[in-house]
Structure formats: structure tokens, C-alpha cells
Design a protein around this ligand. Sequence first.
Ligand code: BGC
Length: 733
Amino acid sequence: MTKVDLNFVEGLTLEERADLVSGTDFWFTAKVTGMDPMLMTDGPSGLRKQVNVHSAMDQSIEAVCFPCSALTASSFDDAMLEKLGENLGTAARAEKIGVLLGPGVNIKRSPLAGRNFEYFSEDPLLAGRMGTAYVKGVQSTGVGVSVKHFATNNREDQRFTNSSDVDERTLREIYLAQFERIVKLAHPATLMCSYNKLNGVQVSQNQRLLTHILRDEWGYQGLVMSDWGAVVDHVAAIKAGLDLEMPGKGDASKEEIVQAVKEGRLQESTLNRSALRVLKMAERYGYPTVAAPEYDMEAQHEFARQLADDSIVLLKNENKELPLNKDAKLAVIGELAEKPRFEGGGSSHVNAHRVVTPKEVMPQNASYAQGYRLDSDQPDDQLTKEALELAKNSDQVVVFAGFPEAMESEGFDKKSISLPANQNQLIDQLLAVNAHVTVVLQNGSAVEMPWEPKVPAIVETYLAGEAVGEATWDILSGQVNSSGKLSETFPVQLTDNPTYPTFGKDRRHEVYREGIFMGYRYYDAKKLAVRFPFGHGLSYTDFEYRNLAIKENSDDVEVSFDLANTGKQAGKEVAQIYVANHASQTVMPVDELRDFVKVELQPGETKHLTLKLSRRAFAWYNSETWEADNGKYEILVGSSSRDIRLRQEFELTIGTNPLGKITGETYVGELMENDDAQIKQVIAEFQLTDVFEKFMSPELAPVFANIPLRSLTMADVDAKTVHELIQKLNELE
Ligand code: BGC
């Protein structure tokens, strides 16, 4: 067996080494003496191993299609995501796949972004947790992953050339934090760099991102490959830290590298470093010598159903419209019940093993009417008539609505988030003949629901995978208690979204003008009404939160509370912990999700839960480093971002000095607000207590609060004293 190390690499010819840093074709790494090629395959929701290298995108082997990430993230369940990874890894091994191209963990900045269905969340903690669990699951089977698309690929239009222009704080807190978590906690075999530019520099040749941040700061040891066709300047890319160009450009890829080395434009040591990483990946994840046993697709189908069960979100359930009454006459309406959207378009498309449509498994007391045509947005008079007739003669109506396939896919952004006109119109008409309407949604991302106030029940199933039919009825019938929570905010209308004025408006630059105020961070800061908030999802049982306690330890903050199931059936609740920073001297979101836990409770059962928040849960990025303000915070515990059940203030002392370095520009007000005994002591030593007390008297405080220390000379404190005072204050712990 060949031992892959630097010696081995140096023993290869220059041509062989140049060969290694590009794919031989669409899916394989190069073969060199002593090392076999390695196969990679999409993707996040199931295998898309093409029948052969040249076959069309949709000609892939049969595989189980799991729910898309928009839905799996709604599970808020790390353990289920890890199992998803294990299932995918098992299938990948059986198919001799070395690296699976996924998960995609980009943040959902705009509901218009074409690929939102493939991504987890608008919140970096949730995206990071789901991604970490998924990666650990896949890699536990001996298969590697490629976490994509690193980074700031948040729109599809002009994705190859567009520059995402993001300020440093926003970049670190919102768009990189999930990658950072996954890299540090799950050690993915590879990362896939994105197509776009970041602040003007092509990501595939962005040294700051691929080397300084990823490797030097986060300690990443794995390989970086390009997204397919993302390399512009191959030599610049290798120098910046990209190891593998995918797919290769044939001989041209090799020759440009050989030439660059010969002309001294690329150092051999730089090439060797990347070639070694490719070989190490092929060594570890390449063709397993022992064939993996065949896997049980039916068992995986069953898991796909459970995962969807665990994730589907019950958005609204007025007067207990759901679960459906078993004895009622039921109308099932909408072509999506017969031709469901259960997966996204583009590279994540799977040739599904066994799709079960909602119509196939609808209950015996149900009758079906098509209602509208998916290939048009205009009503069809005959179909409308049949649907209304059926609804009139039924006790309850379930109407399936959603985005048709042509409306959302990888490769382009949406123009709107409203349902096709014929679907919206039909829902209104159904409500006019029957008040008991449940809307079941199939869509890749947030959707406008103008009819929401009139509809008693709404169920969000996103793209639920091949077991869509079974899982949908599991929830509608109440056989499974719903426990999914929204991983993104559903605005009342698209125009409410903070990126609405700018998203996709400039072909060359996508400027992240909203900064950190994206998703719920924006809606909450603006106190804007939303259709359904981040973290929202109902259950058929009731939960009560009690007895919040907060304790600061030397390294973390412990949050504990009791969660009780006060209803009549078993259920799972996602308890969410938000942190509100009232200490900071800089702009902060109202509060931010900092932890969550999914708990199963029997009726009448109570569990005592303790979660630990590390310093990072209190930190913000000050454009150079993470900083945690000491001072007042509030911990909020709730069932959604806008359904907070318990809240308590507390004082953080294990963070960093809230004043940072004290300088002549520190304000008298800042110093005094702090109410710190040590600071007071120093002021006393300088015999300035009386002076400062006068400054802070009710009459003078409003003005003196806004006088910087350096200007105290105007108030008869001499410059030397001010200077020494500042020095002394900075010596404090
Ligand atoms: C997509 C990637 C995918 C790759 C290979 C690209 O167009 O952006 O997500 O893994 O193709 O199919």
C-alpha cells in the first residue's frame, strides 16, 4: 500500500502533480502511479451519481430522496440530521462514492434566492448545528463531505461573476459563523468554494478567505475544491489556497500549471501542498477495498418519512381544525397532491427510489379534484367548478398549494414569492363554500399567504422528499404529532424583507446593505408584523415553561428551566434560547438565537433542562476579533422567536471589558454608567470623586455624559491628571 506523504508527492513527475490538482472529468480525481482516482457525487438530499460521466444531469442512479434542507432544518433536531448523514453515507459507500457534495449551508438572505430550498436557515447557529450533525453522520460511515458553498453565495443570478459586498462584522457573525462551527466541530473532509466574488475578489482565488480565515484562524486541515467551473485563474487559485479545480479542463488544466512552475510563477512547494491534499483525500475516502454491503432502500425510505414527520411545520391550527376528523367527508384538492413537488431542481435532483404521492395514500373517506393546472397560472373553469362542487359537499377540505417546479431551482432567482394566481384564487373560492379549509404547502422557501387570516389551518411541508405522501398524512391525521419549527421568517409580503430594495438589482454587485439586520434580526428590530416568525411551529399538545434560572460559571453561563407537556398526547417541543445584549456600546440585534434543544415529553411529563452558553454566545465581531461585553443581558426562553415564555436579566462578568481600552475618547458617561467599584476607587485616588459626582448630578449629567475624558481640561482637570487617570484605568483587570 502506498504511503501518501510529501516524499511520495515529490517523487511524482511535475506532470503528475499538475494532473492531480484538477479533476480528470466531472466527478473523478486524477489517477497517478500508486493511487486510484476518487469519485464525488452530489448531493445534500440523496445520491446523484450519474449513470456515466457523460450522462445528462437527470440520468442518475436510483436513490432514496430525503427531504430538502429547508425542511430538515425545521426539525431543529441534531440527532435526526446525524442519522440523515449516516443514511447518506451508507448509500454512498455502497456506491463507492468517496466524497458527497453537500451539505449547502449558505444563509437564506432573501426569500427570492433560487437555492433556498437547499439551504438550512436564515440563522447561522441553526445552519451550523444542522450542518455539523449532518457532516458528522456522513463521515462516521467513512465517506467524506464537501461543505458548500464557501462563502456568501446568497443569490443565483450572475452567481459566477457577482460580488457579494459585505462588511466584516456581518461577514463573520452571519455569513461565516456556520462554516466556522462546522469546520471546528465536524472536520469536514473538504469545503467547496463558491462561484461569486467576495468584496471584489473571486472566491476561488481569495487568499484571505481560503487561507487566512479558513486555515490560519480556524485551523482547517482538509481540502478545498472549487464549485463546478468556479476557477477563473487556476494558478492564482492554487496560490490563494484552492487545492482542486472541478471539473478539470483536460490537458489545458495540467499545462497551465506545468507552465507556471517552469516560468517560476508558481512555486513547486505550493503545488506539492495541494497535490498532497488531493492524494490524502483519495487515500482516505477513495474506493474502499472491501465492498460495502448493499443497503436497504426501503429502510431509508422509512427514515425519509420519519425525518419529514419530525420537520413538517404546523403553521396555524385555529379551533383545532387539525387533526382531520376521521369520520368527516374529506375533499382533497390540488394537482400537487397528485404530482407533488418533493425535491428541488439542479444539482441536488435525485432519481427517487419510490415516490409516494399524497393522493395515493389519502384516507378512504377522501375524494380528489385537481383544482388547478401546475403548468399555468390561469384558472381552468372546469377544474375550478369540479373542486368547488366537491368542497361544497364535503365536511373538510385539504388543498395542496405551492411553487411549481419551473418557478424555483438552482441557477436562477425567483421574481416573486406569491403562489401562482390560479392557486391563490382557488383557495379564496374554496373558503367561500367551505370554512374548513386546510392549506398544505409545497415550496422551497417563504411564500406570501394573503388568504392566511381566513384559513383555519396551514401546514408547511416544503419539499418533503419521496415519502411526501405518507409524511403529509401522518401530520394531517394526527398519527404523528407535529414538531417542526420555521428555520426562516415568513414575511407578510416580500417588500417587508430588508433585502427587498437591493436584492438582485445590480448585475455586478450584491451589496449587503442591511448588514447584520437580516431575517428575524431585522423584523424584530423594526417591530414589524410578520406572517409567521422564525422558530414558529405548533403542536397538537401544549407545553409550559417554568422556573428559569441563570448561573454564571467560570467559563460559561448555565440556563436551566422546566418544560412540561400539559396536553393530552405525547409531543416534541423545540425550546429556544435567545440572548439580548443590553451591555454593548455598539448596535445589537434585539436578541439572537444562541441555543435550542428538542425534547420529547409524554402527557403530564416535566423535564428539567440545563443548557450551557459559552462566551461566544455573548460575543460580537468588532471587525478584528470576537468581543463579549460584560454587563447586562437578558436570557429569553421560548417556543418561537416571538413566543417567549420566560425571560430574566443577568449580569455577565466573564466577558471582556465593556469599555475596551480607555482612551481620551472614552466618555465620562460611559465610565460612570459602568458603576464599577474599581473604577470608583481609581477616581478617588486621583481625588476626583467630587468632580465626577458633580458631572453626574441631575443638572449636569446630560451634558457631561457626552464629554470625552480628554476634554475634562475644560472643567478644570489638568491635562497631566487626565493622562495619568487614563493610564491607571487601563491597568485595571
Ligand atoms: C453546484 C454545486 C454542485 C456541483 C456539481 C454546481 O453547479 O453549485 O452545488 O455540487 O455543481 O454538480
